[in-house]
Write a protein that binds this ligand. Sequence first.
Ligand SMILES: [Fe+2]
Ligand SMILES: [Fe+2]
Length: 132
Amino acid sequence: MAMMEWNDKLKVGHSMIDRDHQKLVGLINELGDAMSAGKGKDVCGKVLDELISYTKTHFAMEEQLMSANRYPAAALHKAEHVKLVQDVVDFQSKYNAGTATLSVSLLHFLMEWLTHHILESDKALAQEIPRG
Ligand SMILES: [Fe+2]
Ligand SMILES: [Fe+2]
């Protein structure tokens, strides 16, 4: 069962950004599925790696769009990206070291973060740049 539903309300109207967000939602669901199916640490860890690496790629793409378009609110937006990456990388190292486990609350945190960030920050960005 999908943890997070992709729907039109999450669309910001920029095809590259929307495609990435849809992929991120898919990866969060994959992580939730692996977790609830009781998959081992190797499988869950691999999905977590993929989610983090795709997130970094996606943030870099958005930040590239910000620079290319001299987006005025870039600093604040980038700070949100940096904070999230720090938090998840921090979790990942604890997970790999065996001092943290995947939990429903982590998935909820990721879903809430992504939803909020898309609706607030990414929508605002998409309104200021040419549609792509
Ligand atoms: Fe963003
Ligand atoms: Fe985004």
